[in-house]
Write a protein that binds this ligand. Sequence first.
Ligand SMILES: [Zn+2]
Length: 140
Amino acid sequence: MGIKGMELKPCPFCGGEAEEYSTTGSLLSHMTYWTIRCKTCGGHGEITTHPKSATEAWNRRYEPPNEPLTLEELREMVNEPIWIVFDGSDHPKGASHWYLFHGYLSGTYVVTGFIDTWKLKRSAYGKTWLAFRRRPEEEK
Ligand SMILES: [Zn+2]
């Protein structure tokens, strides 16, 4: 549980549930220090003097798994970069790279690459093309 209204992301090290932790009155100071720590592995984030900044720092470290985007997730990424992988049938495999997603228009997803704007068929999603939040090869 984090501070009111702020969701705590899972632990970036092990995926475990995290909690707010504070300590007051160390040998050096009477201030209260805050951090977010993992209930499972004990890993913790930045130590700050305010719970809100501890939560924000913790949440920045978390990266969701790079699963292919669902079509619903994709539709929410208007004007954001997406990595598209092509299987080579509609577009060459070598065209797999970053695109800017513009929006959904009558059965197609409109994306712009370095040169071209393409309309990718909704019905072909998962067959000839797939979209990711990050470049899949960057995964450890
Ligand atoms: Zn953990």
